[in-house]
Each structure stands twice: as C-alpha cells, then as structure tokens.
Design a protein around this ligand. Sequence first.
Ligand code: FES
Length: 652
Amino acid sequence: TTDPLVLFTPSGKRGHFPVGTPVLTAARQLGVDLDSVCGGRGICSKCQITPSYGEFPKHGVTVAEAALSEWNKVEQRYDDIRGLTKGRRLGCQALVQGDIVIDVPPESQVHRQVVRKRAEVRDITMNPSTRLYYVDVEHPDMHKPSGDLERLIEALETQWDLQDVKADLHILQSMQPVLRKGDWKVTVAVHLGDEIHPPTIMHIWPGFYDGSIYGLAIDLGSTTIAAHLCDLQTGDVVASSGIMNPQIRFGEDLMSRVSYSMMNKGGDQEMTQAVREGMNTLFAQVADEAEIDKALIVDAVFVCNPVMHHLFLGIDPFELGQAPFALTSSGALSLYAKELDLEIHPTARVYILPCIAGHVGADAAAVALSEAPDKSKDLMLVVDVGTNAEILLGNTNKVLACSSPTGPAFEGAQISSGQRAAPGAIERIEIDPQTKEPRFKVIGSDIWSNEDGFADAIATTGVTGICGSGIIEAIAEMRLAGLLDASGLIGSAEQTGTSRCIADGRTNSYVIWDGSEEGGPNITVTNPDIRAIQMAKAALYSGARLLMDKFGVDTVDKVILAGAFGAHISAKHAMVLGMIPDCPLEKVTSAGNAAGTGARIALLNTKARTEIEDTVRRIEKIETAVESRFQEHFVNASAIPNSTEPFPILNS
Ligand code: FES
C-alpha cells in the first residue's frame, strides 16, 4: 500500500491510513488507548497527541511536507481559550498527511497509569466505573415519534458503541429541559455497569460539561475513618481528610462495640447510624476542601474490618463476637449509596471489597490488592498492625492469611504513660548503653531532648506521654542498653547502675522524663507496660510464625509493615523486640496506609475489583484460635526477642 504509515507510541501499534484520516480515527481502528469525551468534535481536548517523528505544522507554522494537516480553526480556538501545550495537537483534528510517529502522552490515555509514591509498587491503571460522554441527540420528530431518552440511548449506541444503556428515574425527571438547553447536545455520565447492573446514565449536563466526576476511597477503621476524594478522569487525589469514628463512644475497640450491641437493644442500629452520620460529615469535609459539589461524587469504595463492615451495612455483628465467627457474607458488595444513607450523588454506587474471613476483613483484602503478595516471586510477609494484626504471607504460589489479637497496646492503650500518636507524644527514643541516659523526640518537634532549643520546641505541646511506636523503641532500647532481661524484667538501680530505674511495687520502672519541673506528667516505662507489649508482640509474631509453619518455611524474603502504626515503627526496634521474624533489615519496609491505597486502586480500576475478588477466593484462611501451634508460639514469643526462634540476621 502507498498509504502513509502511522505508528503510535508507547503502544507500538501501527497501520497504513489514507491521507486525511484523523489521528483519533486511526487510533480507534488500531485499538490505541486515546481518550475522548466529545467523540472527535474538538471540544473536550482529551485527545491530545504529540507528533514525535515526521514533520508537522506547529502553532500556525505550515511545513510543506507535513505529515499531519495544518493546525486548524478548532485547535486555534481551543488554544486561544485554554492554551494547548507546545507541540501538542488535538488527535481528532490533526489529519494524517504522511508517514508519522505519534506519541500518546499519559494524560490522553483512558487507561493511564496513576503513579504511586513508593518505587517498588505497581502503578494504578485507570479504569473507572463511570465515564463522561458527549453526544448529539436527534431532535424529536412528529413523523417518527420516540421518547427523548430513546434517542439519547440511540446516540450513545451509535456514537459511542455503548449497548443497552439504561437511565435512572431521576434522569427521566430532569432530562427534557437539559436536552433543550443544550440544543440536543449533552454530556452524560454513564456508569458502565457490573455483573449485576446494566450500564446506566447517572447524570446529564447541557452541552459540553467541562468539569469532572469524582469518587471516594474510604478506609473505615474502628478508630478513624479516612477518605480520599479522587478525580475519576485523571485519577488524582483532590482532597483527603479523616475523622474519628463516632462509634468510639460505644466502645474503644471492636469487641466492646460487639458487646454494646449485645447488651443494648437496638445498639447495633445506634452504631450504624453513628458511623453513617460520621461518613456524611467526612464527605462534606472533603467536598468542601476540593470545592466541588457533593452530588458530583458518583462512586465510593469502602474497606473495613468485619465488625465495621457489618455495622456500616446495618447488620448485627453478633455472630462475629463468637466462634466460629461467621460473616453474613464474605463476598464483595455493589450497592447504591442511598441504601447506606450516604449523601452524595443520588444514584452513586458503592463497592465494598470482599472479606477474607470472620477476623480478616475487606481492609486486609485491600492490603492484598495494594501489596500484591500473590504477584511476588519473593516470599512476602505483610502485617497490618492495629488492634488486630492482619497478616498475609505468600508469593505467586499461594497466599495465607490470619489475624492475631494484638490488642490496643501498640496504639498506646494499656500503657501507663501511653497515648495516641498526637503532638507531645514521645515517638523516638535512644538510650545510651553506657550512661543509660535517654534522649527522645516528641511528635510536633524535630529537636532531640538533649539538644539546645528543646524547651522552646516543646513549649506548646509539652511532653504528654508515649505513643505506640515510642513504647516499642523504648522497650527495645532498654533491652539493648541492658536495663531489661530477656524475660522482660526491668533491673533495679543497683543492678543497672542508674537512678532512672526506680522501685515500683514489686518490680521496677524506668523514668524517661521527669515532668515535675515542667508541671507535666512523669513518663515512665513500667513492668506492666512491658508485659502488655510482650503480649501484643507475641500475638503478632505467633500469627506470622504460624503462617510460616503452614507454608513450610523458617524465613521470609521480605516484611511489609502496613497501617499508620507500621509507617512509624522502626524496623530495627521491631526486630529487637521480636515482633516480626528475622529478616535483613533493608528488606523490612513500610507500606503506609496500604488498606487506603487498596481502596483507591479498586475505585480507579474496576478490573482490580474482579481481580481481588478472585485472589481472596484463593487465599487460604488460617484461624489462629483453633491452632494449638499458635499457643506454643505465643508462649515462646513473649521473651525479648524470643526464647526459641533464632534471629541470626539480627544478631550478626
Ligand atoms: Fe474531544 Fe478531540 S476528541 S477534542
């Protein structure tokens, strides 16, 4: 053929096209991922491309041997109004004139990748549930009577190849004036449907709608609820916010909330209502922050533990409070937001990830989606540390999961000077092995306690307590400095040679900070504090160890610490305590809020939803409560670091 050759990068797709073919048409025929909302009418500018080889006319400059047609009026108009990045053309306007290589920049790809911050994780591929389409609808005609909706649906089929589109009732109620106002040109948001629901028109705007539509990724935790508001066209997070879970007033932890519902008639409904109201406050907050109308939020993805899951859905969590911990349903759920009283778009959809087991919730599924142990060649241990540790161990062969009852000690609860991570809390600590003197940093200040300017740095916050990561470091440092024996007992002043060790009933305590001069509290580590952490870390370690037994291994290749706590904890100190199995320190990394990231992936990429549903079906669930080896490991793991397990890498 003598037709010009058109080659697209980065896909590498190529073909010959007659002179005069619009680039968008060539892209569509080759299956190249080039975005368009207006269908080639030169309105949306989503189709921008960069001619990367071959000569082409730029911004009004005409080149005789142009491989693309000249810059045209439509592009000029767009450039005048918005400014087209230099070298870019609108793919629907530029016509092929000769052999050419055309680059499709990431912003112009429908399935563009949203870059994630951590280098070692896969990026998110955009494939949202809902997309915008601009259509030209046929005018009504008395000779061919048909409904406005039928003509709109026909337009979506002929112009966008969307089959069997339905419309929600509120669209019928509002569409006639919109169609007329837009002179029969409208933009519609279509939810592309899922296994249960057909593609559905969710919203309609007159003419070309220049704005975006949004989705929420929500991590519903027992303590906090965090939401990311994402632009469903670009994948960008446009606002993030968090609130305390209002259910806290019914009980600090999960079990106390389950018992609240058992003891109080209608207690579960009270908690359901509280969490839903909290959600609406949070949604108003993020919409405000992004300065968008809440009604533009058309999709929401939730991840949560099983008890939160049931209470949010309005299901009594009674069965989750007792063996065999049966979930009402472990499957993923596709619902309407209004069924959950959520005040966003009137027909917004909600997707809730599947739960793995009675103790291992949709939040753990989200962690699995984010960290993808099932796609890792290396054997990966992922622990999401909260009041329950959710643990995944696996590689491409198989993935095992369990949860372990660590209790709230890691969050600073049950610790004499413990507090939540907040300004004033000690979060970092070092103890000099010679002098046994501590130095520390509190949240909200960058200055160590033995440095100049510390008093000024803490003038507003004070030193108020010690948070979860602080207590871990304190105990590990005490062990390293010889203040603490392997069984977890603090030595006396004589034994340790420091007056910071003081007698405290039958045991001893170590004084980190004498607050009396400042009028603040004394911050000490007591033996009961150490017991609480020993119990928590033994539970965590035993869960991990049990999964390793089941896998038939003694070591893992890497450890990923997820959750807000995991983000702050120091790998070295965690290993000194024996919280996690022995592993080279550089192979221990933090994933931050992996559950929240998993929610964001599921929001932006509906394919990932099917993927994780599949993965969760294949994950082997291990119930720690019925495993006698768990008890054995637990007893051994209460020592510091651990009485039976070797820690050769740690010791070297
Ligand atoms: Fe909308 Fe080109 S496809 S401007």
